[in-house]
Design a binder for this molecule. Structure first.
Ligand code: SF4
Ligand code: SF4
Length: 367
């Protein structure tokens, strides 16, 4: 019994009790799995048992009403079990194909009152666009250069057909982070959108000396751009060496008198070609492919258009099983820019000393 020896009731309950019986009974005995159709997987056990997974798109922020509706579906059609993946997908696991069909029919009945779109669209598996992982955005975080939820909603509206089908050469993992602190996996995604500040923090001298620990603000800067200073009136404050600042917002986390959000300066950066999987080729970091897209809330038309542009070029040209980075590496990054109809500029060359895989490390790069 996996509960044995558990001596504390502090913290989350043991995961074992949340497993559906078919998972508990076949733990460690899975022989293989297949994707039966977009959003439906089957795992087959050595014992002959089968676990069917129905995956639906979910969102990062869910209301209590939405969760109640979800739990009600799980109670009635999935023996009370539901789980969330790290990409915010909702997954039901059932033990027969009949239950899969009944569940799918029920899910198709749930639509949003406004707009009528599906609340629980089934998909997100295999050679398609996965659910988009994103960060908190303005709703929860102070360093955001761009809102996350609204961009991801606009993006997914544009890419939705690739979520419910598997019509691409391979999986395309799209991620979005609203600042370069990047709690959103943009460093290793096929297509990644990053909110980016382009101006150093403004210094509110009047407030700073009242609410900030000056040594802490200085220590928080990874590039040592901040040093102690004094205003003309003799108030203790800080100075920022602008040419050293990389607009990361770390100082703002420590000192609210150093805000760096700026309507004009903030923008969206697009990266591509990263992945964490070691299938076919090793994991790779994403590279910057578009240094600036306007921060056009709430529907971000330029971001959606540019994402489609890259996705369409990839869909038309890549071989089966090739991720975006594999495709770019095979045809050469020069050709990648050509085929995606994107300009290459010197701003895209990464000079970071420990980056082993940048445009600059390739003598073959001809721009
Ligand atoms: Fe905050 Fe940056 Fe994370 Fe967005 S990516 S939630 S702004 S730390
Ligand atoms: Fe330093 Fe980052 Fe603040 Fe710039 S934004 S001063 S790099 S901590």
């Amino acid at each position: 019994n996996h509960m044995e020896g558990r001596v504390t009731d502090i913290g989350p309950r043991h995961y074992w009790q949340f497993f559906p019986p078919v998972i508990q009974n076949n733990y460690g005995k899975w022989a293989y799995h297949e994707i039966l159709e977009p959003g439906v997987l089957v795992h087959v056990s050595e014992t002959g048992d089968k676990a069917f997974t129905v995956r639906c798109g979910g969102m990062r922020f869910m209301t209590v009403e939405f969760l109640r509706e979800l739990c009600d579906i799980a109670d009635r059609f999935a023996d009370g079990y539901v789980r969330f993946t790290t990409r915010n997908n909702i997954e039901f696991i059932v033990d027969s194909l009949e239950k899969v069909e009944a569940l799918k029919a029920e899910l198709a009945k749930h639509t949003f009152a406004i707009g009528g779109s599906l609340k629980f669209p089934v998909g997100g598996t295999g050679a398609g666009v996965t659910n988009i992982v994103h960060t908190q955005g303005f709703i929860h975080c102070h360093t955001a250069a761009v809102d996350a939820s609204s961009m991801v909603k606009a993006l997914m509206d544009g890419l939705f057909e690739h979520f419910t089908s598997m019509d691409l050469p391979a999986q395309v993992r799209v991620s979005m982070a609203c600042c370069l602190n990047m709690c959103g996996a943009v460093h290793c995604s096929d297509i990644a959108l990053l909110g980016y500040h382009r101006k150093p923090p403004a210094i509110d001298h009047e407030v700073l000396h009242k609410i900030c620990e000056i040594p802490l603000a200085i220590a928080s800067c990874p590039t040592a751009a901040i040093s102690p200073g004094k205003t003309e009136d003799g108030l203790k404050t800080v100075k920022i060496k602008v040419e050293r600042c990389m607009f990361c917002g770390n100082c703002y986390t420590m000192c609210p008198a150093l805000p760096l959000a700026d309507g004009q300066g903030d923008c969206v950066v697009m990266m591509a070609g990263g992945k964490v999987s070691n299938r076919i080729s090793p994991p790779t970091f994403s590279k910057v492919i578009i240094p600036y897209l306007p921060n056009n809330h709430p529907r971000f038309p330029e971001v959606v258009e540019a994402t489609k542009q890259v996705l369409n070029a990839y869909a038309a040209d890549a071989r089966k099983y090739e991720r975006i980075g594999d495709w770019a590496a095979r045809i050469g990054w020069e050709k990648f820019f050509e085929k995606c109809n994107l300009p290459f500029t010197e701003h895209l060359i990464d000079d970071y000393r420990l980056a082993y895989d940048t445009y600059r490390t390739s003598t073959q790069f001809k721009y």
